[in-house]
Design a protein around this ligand. Structure first.
Ligand code: ATP
Ligand code: MG
Length: 713
């Protein structure tokens, strides 16, 4: 490269003393000026930490001081390994563009960046160097390019150009090197500052993000439906509002608890403590279920998930707790109702099968006992058979009630009155057994639509259970019967409408916790064989449920049992009660023709016997087709017809008869063991027919014959 090295000063010895003094003086002045300028550059560039400001100021000062016409500063970029222009003054737009981004190998000025050595001299002519050529084109002939250094490292270059050749002595050269160092240091400081500022900005962003995510996390936890608590050393260090809502304690009360395990049921404390311990030792603890006691004493089922965290530098356990009480109740209800439906079907089938033989047993033993010349022991035996068969019949009825799947027939009833009547039924036994009855019956209780017989059966079951339990426990007792209008309690599990609440409480032995979930199951009994069938409560449950109500129990061992029934208040009568069978005046004056249709020979023969004993002429048919044949040939005054028969059942036969002779259809008395099935009930209601319910006693058959014939005459 054609560069003129700077010229050395002339030999001082050749000058006169005066000239030497003058020259020294001017050198000192120049040196002074340079030092002042350097000082100024140093102070102005160090005043700013802004890159562009530093570099522009530096260029301005140097151009002014050195009387150059153009100047620029380009810094080395480590990423692209090139010189990037940062500040310039006095250069054309074209020249500026050329040096905007420069590979140090491409142009003559680049050597300074590579070698770290200054370049002072003429700008090369026709060197093929585009930068040099452009500078020349713009009339520049001389240039000074110095490295900008800090700690011995070249950070960039500063170039100065002028249109005439210049003499640059050693002083000026040293001065320019110093300027390069000063700017280098300022650049380094600014770079450091810039890095620190970037770091600070990053830190700020991170801490903003952290704060935002902490805020989000906190508000998530604070507003979570699940309870979140943090436990350290057995104490609650943090709890959210849901923890207070679920436990019924205020947050303050929770924080003041000495031992958080005290909130749990006794049997759950040890497992919970062990789980906590396992977590603290870094072990795994699966989600588990516990029961806690609210401040108001109510128990709540909780699903608890724990995890180990650090709190205030110490290990702590964070629990997320979900109240699953409602879920659990629903789940149990679903399981229970599925179980009940399956059981119901089974029971219903068995009960129907039992009905026919029972009816025959009751009927024939009654018929036999009417024989005049029976010995005492035979008569006694027959009575025992009758009694046993009736008891079995009652059980079948209970089973059918339990298995029923339709809504009961309802009329408007006064619950207080029903309770009074039920107590009256048991008055004698209660008195004899020294059981005090305390009644608290709300006088303002509204009427509700219900099935009075069924409700009475429920009350009777509860009272008899209480009686038996108290007697067995301490030979006496105190029975409490309470009714009240329960106001709606919005937001709770209870209904949002007022309810009638009936409480039957005793001071007997109570029900052990392990039995509490089973007592409503059919056939669950703790009583000896012959004393209890385990149907009382399941039947009661079915009845209350069919009324749209709930029945539940509260009991603790040795503290008695309290059964609570909640019934909805239904205002309108949805159905009239069954028409009552009036006692007939007397047996019909003349014998009548009675057709008995049943596929079951036992029932057929029994009815025939009763009809005959009543003085009429019975005839029998064992199927629908057989009956129709007989009906074609003869007119009958009364027809007994079984509903459930193979091929043509009672309902079909009725339709056939009705189509032929409407008046005859009204003479049919249906015999059924199936009054609990919705279809049968619907059919009986629609056809407005009389019916005899199996198992029946002979008196009922006689009564229904007399009634039918009396109506007909
Ligand atoms: N008041 C009570 N006190 C203590 N235990 C009771 C009480 N009521 C019911 N139980 C328990 O619940 C069980 C089931 O009662 P449920 O009325 O269904 O059948 P049961 O009384 O055994 O027989 P059934 O009522 O069919 O004659 C009883 O055997 C008894 O263990
Ligand atoms: Mg019972």
């Amino acid at each position: 490269m054609n560069v003129t090295k700077f010229s050395m000063p002339q030999n001082l010895n050749e000058l006169s003393t005066h000239e030497r003094i003058l020259r020294r003086t001017s050198e000192i002045i120049e040196r002074n000026r340079q030092l002042t300028a350097l000082n100024m550059i140093a102070s102005s560039v160090s005043q700013s930490l802004n890159f562009n400001e530093i570099l522009t100021t530096a260029i301005e000062h140097v151009l002014h001081l050195m009387e150059f016409e153009a100047g620029w500063i380009a810094l080395l970029d480590r990423d692209c390994q090139c010189l990037l222009l940062n500040a310039s003054q006095g250069l054309s737009e074209h020249a500026t563009r050329l040096i905007e981004r420069l590979n140090p190998d491409e142009a003559f000025i680049g050597t300074v960046a590579r070698t770290g050595q200054p370049l002072i001299g003429e700008i090369p002519i026709s060197s093929g160097d585009r930068v040099a050529e452009q500078f020349r084109r713009e009339g520049f002939s001389f240039c000074v390019v110095i490295p900008l250094k800090a700690k011995g490292k070249t950070l960039g270059i500063m170039g100065l150009c002028c249109r005439r050749l210049r003499l640059v002595d050693r002083n000026s050269s040293d001065f320019l090197s110093s300027v390069g160092d000063v700017i280098g240091v300022a650049i380094e400081n600014a770079t450091l500052y810039r890095n620190i500022a970037q770091l600070a900005e990053q830190l700020k962003q991170q801490s903003d993000q952290l704060r935002a995510s902490e805020h989000k996390y906190r508000s998530l936890i604070e507003n979570a439906k699940d309870a979140v608590i943090l436990i350290q050393d057995g104490r609650i260090q943090y709890a959210n509002q849901s923890a207070a809502d679920i436990s019924g304690y205020t947050l303050d009360e929770l924080y003041r608890l000495d031992d958080v395990l005290a909130l749990l049921r006794e049997q759950d404390r040890e497992p919970m403590r062990q789980q906590c311990e396992r977590l603290l030792q870094g072990g795994d603890a699966p989600t588990f279920d516990i029961v806690a006691r609210r401040k108001d004493g109510q128990e709540v089922s909780l699903e608890v998930r724990g995890s180990l965290i650090e709190y205030n530098g110490q290990p702590a356990v964070q629990y997320i707790i979900r109240d699953v009480t409602e879920q659990k109740i629903l789940r149990e209800q679903v399981v229970r109702s599925e179980k009940m439906a399956a059981l119901g079907q089974l029971i219903s089938g068995v009960a129907h099968e039992l009905n026919n033989p029972l009816t025959v047993m009751i009927g024939y033993s009654e018929l036999l006992s009417m024989e005049k010349n029976l010995t005492g022991s035979v008569r006694q035996g027959l009575e025992v058979i009758q009694e046993a068969a009736r008891r079995a019949g009652k059980i079948v009825q209970n089973l059918l009630t339990f298995a029923r799947q339709h809504k009961a027939a309802h009329v408007s009833v006064n619950i207080n009155e029903l309770i009074e009547r039920t107590v009256a039924l048991r008055e004698y036994e209660l008195n004899v057994n020294d059981i005090e009855v305390v009644k608290e019956l709300a006088p303002d209780l509204p009427q509700t639509v219900a099935d009075p017989h069924q409700l009475q059966q429920v009350f009777l079951n509860l009272i008899m259970n209480a009686e038996q339990a108290m007697l067995e426990a301490h030979g006496r007792g105190r029975l409490m019967l309470r009714t009240r209008l329960k106001p709606p309690s919005p937001g709770t599990r209870s209904s949002s409408n007022p309810l009638i609440e009936i409480t039957v409480a005793d001071d007997g032995p109570g029900i052990p916790p392990e039995n509490l979930h089973r007592i409503f199951e059919p056939f669950f009994t703790t009583k000896p064989v012959g004393k209890g069938t385990g149907l009382g409560l399941s039947v009661s449950h079915t009845i209350i449920q069919s009324h749209g109500g709930h029945i539940y129990v509260q009991s603790e061992p040795r503290r008695g049992a309290t059964f609570i029934i909640e019934l909805p208040i239904v205002q309108e009568s949805v159905e009239q009660g069954e028409p009552k069978i009036e006692l007939p005046p007397k047996r019909a004056a003349s014998p009548k023709d009675v057709l008995i249709i049943d596929d079951e020979p036992g029932i057929l023969n029994l009815l025939r016997q009763i009809v005959q004993d009543e003085g009429h002429h019975p005839e029998t048919a064992t199927s629908g087709a057989h009956a129709l044949e007989k009906l074609r040939k003869k007119e009958y005054d009364l027809i007994f017809c079984d509903i459930k028969m193979p091929h043509m059942d009672g309902q079909e036969l009725y339709r056939e008869i009705k189509a032929r002779n409407g008046a005859l259809a009204r003479k049919i008395i249906f015999v059924t063991g199936d009054v609990v099935s919705p279809q049968t009930r619907e059919f009986l209601k629609q056809s407005n027919s009389r019916f005899l319910e199996k198992p029946f006693i002979n008196e009922e058959v006689i009564r229904i014959i007399r009634n039918a014939l009396a109506d007909d005459s």
